[in-house]
Ligand binder design. Structure first.
Ligand code: ATP
Ligand code: MG
Length: 430
């Protein structure tokens, strides 16, 4: 048997209700905050990610799935969505129509990381991006929207970690101080971080190895190096969060794994998932649009990791499956023909109908209807056909009613409607 690729996974139907619920919650919420959906390709030119995420990041150095095309051009399975959305904003000249664009997208990302719990090579994100607004209000509003999102999913125990990464004016001084310190006190650094301290010292702050973490504990804090504008921006973000009652922790060593961030950087962490504790991350990237060849436009965004969110939600709610509204148990050729028509008609009416078109006994069919959790079973065989009726059984109350063959569709619909009055029907309740 051919098995799936390491680090990849199947998401089976019994989990899908939860995925759909999470996605739909995001869609409804984000749209109520003025975001519009965009879908961008899964493959892009490698250069897009190299230039945006940064040459000296883990993602670009070793995590991307990059292939040559037949013409020798390198293309990459997207490791994140922001770069593609910026590309679309530029290529489609969205900024010319209105520089302010609020966009969101959902979909799979690909990174060749070491697979482990909460870390896959194909994983799913929901992204939201705002272009054209520099104000700290929007940073705070995005964090507010994210906390609403988690609240709506009944996910608690989350912490907002906040930092400011400064701007091209003030960051160089910090970088210098940091690499100086790493040169002096960096004996315990791993070999990778020794390389990083020359190429990209900020990345050292993100290394998870204990030796590096202990070195980094004494690193200078970027928040001490912010220029006046960046400091004011950061203070405003914090004040706005306080005004909206969102607790946060300032983590001056928080950097993101992508080079394009400026000013606000944040991560939402949980205590409930072990090592892979980040469920969302984001921040401002005021220089990226211009760096990719566009006009100078500020931007801010975030990505939520859906896989980890599903894991968290599963600890709170049982995975639920869609159950059929009705199961049609048709015995015999003639009954099957009728049942075929009914199943098409009922499906067209939005009634979740299950039928297996097999020639099995009523007992076997009832067993399957039970296993599927069908609300009703519609039974029809030669005897019923002779009488000109079918039998509808309510699986909860066990009541049975006879319905004339000519009025089956109307009869089923009115019974279902009566039963669903006062309780949501069909959709799972999470
Ligand atoms: P981490 O620190 O966990 O590696 P990251 O900083 O690389 O995360 P981002 O690129 O900011 O993550 O992506 C945002 C979110 O996407 C993360 O907070 C996480 O929930 C999720 N995520 C990132 N990489 C993976 C992965 N390999 N598998 C599953 N989810 C992931
Ligand atoms: Mg990562």
């Amino acid at each position: 048997m051919i098995q799936l690729i390491r680090g990849f996974k199947d998401i089976l139907p019994n989990e899908i209700e939860l995925w759909k619920h999470i996605e739909q919650t995001a869609i409804t919420l984000f749209e109520s905050f003025g975001f519009r959906q965009i879908r961008v390709p899964i493959l892009e030119k490698a250069a897009l990610f190299q230039r945006s995420i940064g040459e000296h990041t883990d993602i670009v150095e070793k995590e991307m799935y990059t292939f040559p095309t037949e013409k020798g051009e390198l293309i990459t399975l997207r490791p994140e969505a922001t770069a593609s959305i910026v590309r679309a904003y530029l290529q489609q000249r969205m900024y010319a129509k209105d520089p302010i664009q609020k966009l969101y997208t959902l979909g799979p990302m690909f990174r060749k990381e070491r697979p482990q719990k909460g870390r896959y090579r194909q994983f799913y994100q929901i992204n939201a991006e705002v272009f054209g607004i520099e104000s700290p209000y929007i940073d705070a509003q995005m964090i507010f929207m994210l906390t609403r999102f988690f609240r709506q999913l009944s996910i608690t125990g989350l912490e907002v970690h906040l930092n400011s990464l400064g701007c091209p004016l003030c960051r160089p001084a910090f970088k210098k101080a940091l690499s100086g310190m790493l040169m002096e006190k960096g004996d315990a650094l791993c070999s990778e971080c020794i390389r990083r301290r020359d190429t990209n010292p900020l990345r050292v702050l993100d290394c998870k190895r204990p030796g590096c973490q202990s070195v980094v504990e004494n690193a200078p804090a970027i928040t001490d190096y912010l220029c006046d504008d960046c400091a004011r921006h950061f203070d405003r973000v914090k004040a706005c969060l306080e005004r909206m009652g969102i607790p946060y922790v300032v983590s001056p060593r928080l950097v993101r794994g992508l080079d394009y961030y400026t000013r606000t950087a944040f991560e939402i962490q949980t205590r409930e998932l072990g090592a892979q504790n980040a469920v969302a991350g984001g921040g401002r990237y005021d220089t990226l649009v211009e760096a990719l060849g566009g006009p100078s436009q500020p931007a801010v965004g975030f990505a939520v990791g859906l896989d980890r969110l599903v894991d968290l939600a599963l600890t709170k709610t049982r995975a639920s499956e869609l159950t059929p509204d009705i199961f049609i148990a048709a015995m015999g050729e003639a009954a099957q023909e009728k049942a075929f028509e009914w199943s098409c008609e009922l499906g067209r009416e939005g009634i979740k109908t299950e039928i297996d078109f097999s020639d099995r006994s009523l007992k076997a069919l009832m067993k399957r209807a039970n296993r599927l959790g069908a609300g009703y079973v519609l039974m029809v065989g030669d005897q019923e056909l002779d009488r000109g009726t079918a039998v509808l059984r309510n699986m909860r109350t066990r009541e049975q009613t006879e319905i004339a063959l000519s009025g089956v569709l109307g009869g089923v619909k009115s019974q279902l409607r009566a039963a669903s009055d006062g309780r949501p029907h069909g959709d799972s309740q999470l």
